[in-house]
Structure formats: C-alpha cells, structure tokens
Design a protein around this ligand. Sequence first.
Ligand SMILES: [Zn+2]
Length: 406
Amino acid sequence: MTFLTVMKSGSFTLADRTRGREKDMKIPSLLDMIGELIAIPSISSTNPQYDQSNGPLVDLLATWCSDLGFACEIMPVPDHPGKFNLLATLGEGDGGLVLAGHTDTVPYDLNSWQTDPFELVQRDNRLYGLGTSDMKAFFALSLTAVEQLSADNVLPERPLILLATANEETNMAGARALTGKPSARYALIGEPTGLKPIRMHKGIFMEAICLHGKSGHSSNPDRGKSALDGMYQVMGELLRWRKELQAEHTNAFFETPVPTLNLGYIRGGDSPNRICADCELDIDLRPLPGMAIEELRATLRRRVRKSLATSGLEIEFKALFGGIPAMETPADAEIVKITERLTKHAAGAVAYATEAPYLRALGMDTIILGPGDIEQAHQPDEFIGMERLQPMTDILTQLITQVGRL
Ligand SMILES: [Zn+2]
C-alpha cells in the first residue's frame, strides 16, 4: 500500500499537483467532472491488447477528493501492474458509510458508436460516453453531494469513505484485494440500477470438465476408452444434480427463483470412425444467496468423479472463473430501509454480480443503487439520462445525512 505522497514511479505526486493551491479549492462542476472522467480511458479486459491502467483516473479522483478534505490512499492491486484502488476518507471514528464504485469500463466497438466514446456529448437530455451509466458519473455525483453538504456545513461526524476499485469488469481483482478496510457500517455501490435499491444478487462460477481416454478404431471399442461416452454419463449426472439443487433451493425474490446450471460448451472427438480420446464440457452455475461456491464446486467434482468411477478415464477440472459469491443484505438493515424510503421503491434483486459480496465480507450492510440503467451498460452509445442526476444527488446527500445520525 502506498500513500499519495509516495505514489507510483513515473507519475507526479498529488503533493506536486496541489502545491500552491488554496485550501478552499473547489471541485469542478458536475458535468465538467463527468466529462473529465469519461475523457480518461480506463478499460479493463482479459485481452491484454485492450487492457489499460486505471492510474490516471484514480489520480484525478484523488485530486478532487483531496480538495474536498478527504485523506486519500492509493493502493496498488497485487499482481496487477498499473491497477489501483482509491480509498478516500473524510472524518474519523467508527461506523459511517462507504460510497463505492469501479473505475474501469468494458472495451468498446468504435464502429458502433455514433460519437467519440471518450468525449461527453450532451444531446436530447442525455449524456453520452463510455462509462457514463456504468459507472463513472456516480463518482462525480458522490463528490457533488459531499461538496453541497460541506458548503452547508452539515457533513455528519461519522466517516464518509469513497472507494474506487479496479478491474470490476474482468476479475474483480480490486475488490478482492480489499482486506481489513474500508471499515464502515454501511456501503452503497452506485452500479446502474435505475435509481432503485438492490439488496440481493446471485453468485456465479464457471468450470471446465475435461475427460481424457484413448483413441482407437471405432470397429473395436476395446481398443480405446471413449471420452464422449464418459461425458454422456457426466451430463446425465449434472442434470440430476441440477434437478436436486432446484428442488432444494428457491428464492421467490428472483425472476428465475432457482439456482441455474448451464451446460454451455462442449468439444470432443475428431472423426466418426475413431474412438474419442478427449472431451471438454464447460458449465456455469449461478447459486442463490446462502449457497457457498466452494461447497458447490467440491460437490460438482465429487459427483463427476463418482459417475466415472469405473470408466478408466482421466478427469481434469479447470476453474474457468473462480467465482463471485451471491449476496444478500437483510430486508431490515437500516440502509435498506433508508434507501427504500428515499427512492420510494422496495429493495429488489438483480441477475448480475457486483462487488457487494466483498464489501459484505468486510462487515458492511450493502445496497446497490445508482443512476444509470443496466440496459445502457456495455452497449454502444452508452448514456445516462440527465433527469437522473439531481435525484441521485439528493439520495446521496440524504443518505449521508441519515447514516450520520445512526
Ligand atoms: Zn458496473
């Protein structure tokens, strides 16, 4: 971990940048901040060709946070050069609120965009740009809310923490790297939810099952060991397991109220007259809250091995995606009740995964609530409706105030 004044080599430090500034330096206007954030590319991708550092974006956020009086800490994400988390803290003591978001965007297809993805374009009461909805505008709104409370001199005593993470769109390395802090009572993640509070989502993990047998001429099955025959057994076992899981676990809160297990990809064999030596099946499993990924993965592997016990096939498992746990914040948590009141919507569930389970694991009751729409996320011509900006600022100022009184 590094503090601002010992930031990464090759980059100028915040101390340099703020030297000579007045103490009561103001942050830019909301639209200017959104524009500046959009103008800094911060794509994360599993393809190294597209993957970018989020360092410049984090530096800019830290500058604005410092201008508002936050103590800023920029933490390199282990094993991910060029990737950083920002932890900016205002106030001291126990409890308090974390406003959390990710700094990265997905890659874009320039041919599909009608405007420059890195230029904020205002048209038809919308703000267009890569990351407007998902979710750079949220940071600008958070800082605007803090500035307003600060100007009115009504910032609460309890700590207010801005958390900006790296790599949410790929492997959640930023959120996974958080240990011990931030430490607060509550957290809000400003992912695009159309201004509706979300307190639950499913988890996800992906696994490859690879079977290795022995090829041979199809006319004599004794000459080989068919990986395809074995995979047929595996698929039967997986479908039986799925049925059991869906009978044992239901949650009516979700549109699809059961855990899902999808057989998504299969490859094997090379010719109808040869015994298939190798076969791979890739699956994804989406557990409900309360179902632990490690246990599910262990059960999956045990059942697959058992179904092939007498096959003579070699079995190999690969965790294609280590997984993101499901998350649930209790309906009676204060932050759920407050955000339900402020938005006039009952807290719901979504089908996508977020960084919320990692904040829950740090002990915070976490709600997901942001101004963008998920329909616009990861799409060409991504935009945020301007009619969302003031309501989100109001939600944030009131949430900060009300949490401060708890
Ligand atoms: Zn997002």
